[in-house]
Unconditional design. Sequence first.
Length: 430
Amino acid sequence: MRKERVLHVTRQLGALAVTAVTAAATLNGYRPLARRGRPSIVSFGLGLVVSEFPLQTLTSQLGGLALTARHMTRPVRIIAAVVAAISAAGLLNFNRAGHRAGIPLRDALDAGLGPDRRTDSTGLWRRPAGAGTAKSPGALRMLRIYRDYTHDGNISYGEYSSANQLDIWRRPDLDPTGKAPVLFQVPGGAWVTGNKRGQAHPLMSHLAELGWICVAINYRHSPRNTWPDHIIDVKRALGWVKTHIAEYGGDPDFIAITGGSAGGHLSSLAALTPNDPRYQPGFEDVDTRVQAAVPFYGVYDFTRFEDAMHPSMPELLEQMVIKQPQSSNFDTYVDASPVNHVAADAPPFFVLHGTNDSLVPVEQARAFVAKLRDVSTQPVVYAELPFAQHAFDMLGSARAAHAAVAVEQFLAEVYTDWQTARSERVTATS
């Protein structure tokens, strides 16, 4: 009898535990439950899945509730149902925010470019026949889309084996003489990991379908390598693209650079330090200018240890990336920060960040954009996406699809202005 009672109580506690865990996962999506150490990585991962795939999460939560409900007493069942209903409301709100992400993105573009901007890139670049928006992203679709557009892979651009390789994304029917605009993708991974495969697939597939060429690169990682090896590789890869992309149908004169997280940092720094000999040792004369930059959830200031960094990042930078203490080598951290390279001649920027980013605080983006807008003579667009977590664009969610379209629209505007300026230069010299 006592055994049965213990089993009964255990089942009730187990059912309540399942309910509590599912509710905590939803709550974590709104406010990360851990912000330090390894638990913060788990918190980030759960938050990303919950906020980008809320309906799938809701299905799994209801499934868990259904499996445990038959073991519940009536009071416990009522508690579980109330908690599940609150969690469901939170998940449905996430779903609504993801599908309505086009609204803050549109508002950001209108504010930065004006309400009369282009919203359709048709006629700007030479599209393959039948080109349209890439197939609906979706997580599973993103796992397979690499083979649809990557027909030239693992191309060497430097001497460091697989760390200096790149992939070229393009439609197989792309006109090899068409001079397609180029998107240059720098992967993230906290400067210690990351790969040219698996990141920015929604964006690259969308643009490749429309007739762009996209280049995704690898670069040397820490701790085996030390700053500034990472940015030197990015610059070297840019030099390779300038020299060789015409062989694949791309236009070396129009390159937009993008990247997320550490890739957001590196893409921004590359865009703001064109032809800087400090980052181009041995290839100082190579042109590394870009015509636009689109960083996602990047780190823009390496000096803000106290108020705008994940608690683990200072140690990461000091021990594994820069390998120098900030206290005695402050200038190195200043120089590695894109915010300190902002100038009037910066290219057009479109900065994207999520309000719920638990790995890179949104304050990084806000301060960077504020300085850009104070100094740059070119457009600066900033989209702060409600409820979006770090890496929100990776999984092929509704929000990622909206972001890809918004980036296309931003680049269409920049490309139009660039074409006009080029025509004026030709006219003036003829």
